[in-house]
Design a protein around this ligand. Structure first.
Ligand code: PEP
Ligand code: CO
Length: 450
């Protein structure tokens, strides 16, 4: 029998922090359970319906944001810039793919990280690894690295502040499609892509004016856009405390779209046990090591009723592995009769270290994985229904390449991520433009061949 805490009796419980004081943890989660939810069931269900439409080919998903949000970064500029870049990318995609876009931020709660090692060693000193601001601090001191349950309440509060500001912005005309100039990031003045983006905005404005003339006004739907939140459902004490009963179903109301990460996506894991009982739409990361039969069994457990919109499979293979890894999974899922939504995360399989020790990703590897993903889905008679990026609206230097040709020597200028390297605003916008270009050339080729 599933319960919000049935995960705790699973033997495979990995990636959890060890708290020195269990009773302090219990006090924090008790307090959390009494606090109001961050999102509503109606919103969660609306997203599920939109994801079902994406699975059916009528929408395209754009999911993106930080690898790990940090508490210190909960600021006006950081939130506004992330929202702006996601809006700009979605504008490019709406226009280029001629499909409505479902926007989901890795935001307002993406505070917990899985780590490969329990301990980190520097100069002969070993301390617990940094697991994200929800758990401990990044600073390499014993105090900071000791898991502190009060961070759960801080994380909840900062997620609430973030979401509050996002809601205020999207409700008050910031995202008005009639005024995309509001979303200009400074770089639009000087980027090599500025011209391309401006042309697109001009064309859109022209189309809107035409529409207004014909329809006698602008439909209110254009004045606000839907924007959903997501995070990895990793810290199960936190997720459990935010799991609430409504009309006989359990929902995780800390986020619209929780996902199960690759490291915790095993059939008998505590994380899969937790995820199977909540009614939210669920993301499931699928790495290159997953066997077709394992994936099918996971789908049986997580989505026994084959509910539309319930499952989004987020594959993250790597540019060098996707051609081998993805087709058998597509084939098995097709043969099972299931039609989940597939989206591509071209970030997590393409991480490399530079000789100076920076964790980075190359723009071209990311794009190459995406291009292959579109093509492999088309070949299998499946459909890639979205993309998942680690990105920021700021001018960071964490990924290599892109229109400005960032080189290894540039990384030190503004490498800010505490965990994985993110596309900066310019690379992110270029990625959206490249997706459109790639789709168009693939469609042209298919047209010729057909
Ligand atoms: C992530 O999305 O930040 C992450 C850790 O991904 P994955 O579980 O796919 O490795
Ligand atoms: Co990451």
């Amino acid at each position: 029998m599933w319960r919000p805490d049935s995960w705790a009796s699973k033997p495979l419980l990995t990636q959890q922090a060890r708290y020195p004081d269990e009773s302090a943890l219990a006090r924090a989660t008790d307090e959390l359970s009494g606090l109001p939810p961050l999102v509503t069931v109606a919103e969660v269900e609306r997203l599920k319906a939109q994801l079902a439409e994406a699975a059916a080919g009528r929408r395209f998903v754009l999911q993106g944001g930080d690898c790990a949000e940090s508490f210190a970064d909960c600021s006006t500029a950081s939130i506004t810039n992330k929202l702006k870049i996601l809006l700009q990318m979605s504008l490019v995609l709406v226009h280029g793919l001629e499909t409505p876009i479902v926007r989901i931020g890795r935001i307002a709660g993406q505070y917990a990280k899985p780590r490969s090692d329990e301990l980190e060693t520097r100069d002969g000193i070993s301390l617990p690894s940094y697991r994200g601001d929800l758990i401990n601090g990044a600073e390499f001191t014993p105090e900071s690295r000791t898991p502190d349950p009060r961070r759960l309440l801080t994380g909840y509060s900062l997620a609430a502040l973030t979401l509050n500001y996002i809601r205020a912005l999207t409700e008050s005309g910031f995202a008005d499609l009639g005024h995309p100039e509001n979303w200009d990031l400074d770089f639009v003045q000087h980027s090599p892509l500025a011209g391309e983006y401006r042309d697109l905005v001009d064309e859109l404005k022209h189309n809107l004016r035409f529409f207004e003339l014909v329809a006698g006004g602008r439909p209110p739907e254009l004045k606000r856009v839907d924007f959903y939140t997501s995070h990895e459902a990793l810290h199960l004490h936190f997720e459990q405390a935010m799991t609430r009963d409504q009309d006989g179903r359990w929902y995780n109301l800390s986020t619209h779209f929780p996902w199960v990460g690759m490291r915790t996506a095993q059939l008998d894991s505590a994380h899969v046990e937790y995820a199977r009982g909540i009614a939210n739409p669920l993301g499931l990361k699928v790495g290159p090591g997953v066997k077709p039969e394992e994936l099918l069994r996971l789908l049986d457990v997580l989505d026994p009723r084959q509910e539309p919109g319930r499952i989004t499979l987020i594959h993250r293979m790597g540019a060098g592995k996707i051609a081998q890894g993805l087709p058998p999974l597509l084939k098995a899922v097709q043969a099972s009769g299931r039609r989940p939504l597939w989206i591509a995360d071209p970030m997590h399989g393409n991480t490399a270290s530079t000789s100076a020790g920076y964790k980075t990703r190359r723009f071209n590897d990311i794009l190459a994985e995406l291009e292959q993903a579109f093509a492999l889905h088309a070949e299998a008679g499946s459909r890639l229904g979205g993309v998942h990026f680690e990105l920021t609206g700021d001018d960071v230097t964490e990924c290599l390449g892109g229109a400005r040709g960032l080189k290894e020597a540039d990384l030190r200028r503004a490498y800010k991520s505490l965990v994985d390297p993110r596309l900066n605003y310019e690379q992110a916008l270029e990625m959206a433009l490249s997706i459109v270009a790639c789709r168009r050339s693939q469609e042209r080729a298919a047209h010729k061949a057909g």
